[in-house]
Design a protein around this ligand. Structure first.
Ligand code: SF4
Ligand code: SF4
Length: 231
């Protein structure tokens, strides 16, 4: 497990510097390509999909949640995250994660009317997969109710993502590079940073395998429904 001298705030600061560089590069790329994105604050159908992240990225989110700036009820959040863990550990629904209509645990101001809206409570510290997701199509096409309309997505290539995320997790610790469901990994990181409960590599690997199944199913659906435009 990460050793005793690990400083989560320092790890987070370093990660945020890399995120900002990636954000700038993507915005520059979007402008250079003459694209205009249709994403806006409060629009959040993309926050109802299955989100995976490295344990390093989840540690950044957990440190944010425990920081003085965050006004989060940590116990209530852990309950939600554990509920997500139980869902993800059970049989996968045929319609995929979206069919659960379950907002990401970090989404706040969720509309009860089912309009796929909300705001990210960890926006500055959100994982890379959320930072690279933009569309140029009508926002309503992102909701599953409009799955007959393909969305036009813009984002960094998987290679660029690996490069940035790899640098975030490049302190030589195998824990941080493990990929798994964001909700499950943040719960593990929260209990580690708050209570000192050490993460187990076996547990992270178990979730990496579960994550592969979910991510593969989502990718197959994506490729069938979306027209991807990537640099
Ligand atoms: S990707 Fe779609 S749902 Fe997400 S913010 Fe952009 S337009 Fe809205
Ligand atoms: S972390 Fe934030 S941006 Fe990412 S899915 Fe959750 S609420 Fe949306």
């Amino acid at each position: 497990m990460p050793h005793g001298t690990f400083d989560p705030s320092d790890f987070r600061r370093r990660g945020l510097r890399l995120y900002v560089q990636a954000d700038d590069a993507l915005q520059k790329d979007i402008r250079a390509g003459g694209h205009s994105t249709t994403c806006s604050a409060g629009c959040a159908a993309c926050c109802y999909v299955f989100i995976s992240a490295t344990f390093g990225e989840a540690t950044i989110v957990a440190d944010r949640v425990l920081s003085k700036r965050a006004r989060t009820d940590v116990e209530a959040l852990l309950l939600q995250l554990d509920e997500d863990r139980a869902i993800l550990d059970s049989r996968l629904p045929d319609g995929g994660y979206l069919s659960l209509r379950r907002p990401c645990s970090f989404l706040t101001d969720v509309s009860a009317s089912g309009s796929w809206s909300g705001r990210c409570s960890v926006y500055e510290d959100r994982p890379f997969v959320c930072r690279m997701h933009f569309v140029t199509s009508d926002p309503s096409y992102c909701a599953p109710d409009h799955s007959e309309h393909p969305t036009h997505r813009i984002g960094h290539s998987a290679a660029f993502r690996e490069q940035i995320v790899g640098r975030i997790t490049s302190n030589g610790d195998p824990f941080f590079a493990q990929i798994g469901p964001l909700s499950v990994f943040v719960a593990i990181a929260l209990r580690w940073l708050r209570d000192g409960s050490p993460p187990s590599l076996l547990d992270l690997e178990y979730w990496r395998k579960r994550n592969d199944r979910w991510a593969r199913a989502d990718r197959e659906r994506d490729h069938a429904a979306l027209k991807l435009r990537q640099r």
